[in-house]
Design a protein around this ligand. Structure first.
Ligand code: SF4
Length: 113
């Protein structure tokens, strides 16, 4: 999952160490780190996100996604995808487009600096 500086800062304010939950890829994009098959913030014992209230915006938007043609769509592999209304998908899809622009701008800045 790609995340923003604001996502990372919010989780740091919750006491999380940045390098324990995310990393910067060679493309300059900040991503959640995995531990084995799971996100580093997933509580395997409880079967849920350990930072649900402070989770990255991309996690809150999921399963809404943008397809290769730039259209808003749902990730059909998510068991909850059928619970997302068309109105919610449209709203979250527009937020996702803004989020992607922010992530790309932050990555470009990292690669420049
Ligand atoms: S919802 Fe939580 S556990 Fe799932 S990917 Fe996002 S941060 Fe990780």
């Amino acid at each position: 999952m790609e995340i923003t500086e604001a996502d990372a800062a919010r989780l740091e304010r919750r006491g999380r160490r940045r390098d324990a939950f995310c990393y910067v890829g060679v493309d300059g994009i900040l991503r959640l780190r995995n531990e084995g098959a799971y996100c580093a913030l997933y509580d395997v014992d409880k079967g849920r996100c350990s930072e649900y209230q402070s989770r990255p915006l991309g996690c809150a938007i999921y399963p809404v996604n943008i397809d290769e043609d730039g259209r808003i769509c749902l990730d059909g592999t998510c068991p909850q995808h059928s619970t997302v209304s068309a109105q919610e998908a449209d709203l979250k899809g527009r937020r996702l487009k803004g989020l992607i622009a922010t992530i790309d701008a932050e990555a470009a800045k990292r690669l420049r600096d």
